[in-house]
Write a protein that binds this ligand. Structure first.
Ligand code: CMP
Length: 144
């Protein structure tokens, strides 16, 4: 089933100039990029995006890091895109992420783990709405 998921290339990825290499992986997988923008999140936007983690010990540092510089938000579309992108991304903890995954190849710590991707279709729909307006998405059938 065709799905659309949200990917964030976090401030560490942008700063380390990894964006091109990561985007190339999605292109080579034959996923479709249907929306893309660079932006710096406000504290309020970051807290909304990561609302499910509110109250956890790492939450303040997560918000601080994700707002520390520009990130790149990408809407990625394709068959089973949610699960496929999660598998390409690798485990949250780079120490256990397999080589060949994005985190396995480029990250060392959970805090600076280079990339975020929606964990379910429901999260994807919610997160895409936080980052993209309808007319900023160019899906095969229009929009998401
Ligand atoms: P992400 O996939 O963006 O979703 C939530 C983020 O919180 C996660 O990547 C990590 O960057 C961060 N995170 C999750 N668990 C921890 C943890 N135990 N310690 C520090 N950061 C964490």
């Amino acid at each position: 089933m065709k799905e659309t998921t949200l990917v964030l290339l976090k401030p560490d990825a942008v700063q380390r100039k990894l964006s091109g290499e990561i985007i190339l992986r999605f292109d080579q997988k034959d996923l479709q990029i249907i929306g893309l923008k660079m932006l710096r999140l406000s504290k309020d936007q970051a807290e909304k995006h990561y609302a499910e983690h509110c109250g956890k010990p790492f939450f303040p540092r997560l918000v601080e890091f994700i707002t520390s510089g520009p990130l790149i938000a990408i809407a990625v579309q394709g068959d089973n895109a949610v699960q496929i992108v999660r598998r390409m991304m690798g485990s949250t903890d780079p120490a256990v992420a397999h080589p060949g995954t994005i985190r396995g190849d480029y990250a060392l710590t959970m805090e600076r783990n280079v990339i975020h991707a929606s964990d379910s279709l429901e999260s994807a729909a919610r997160e895409l709405r936080l980052f993209f307006l309808e007319h900023e998405l160019f899906g095969i059938d229009g929009g998401i």
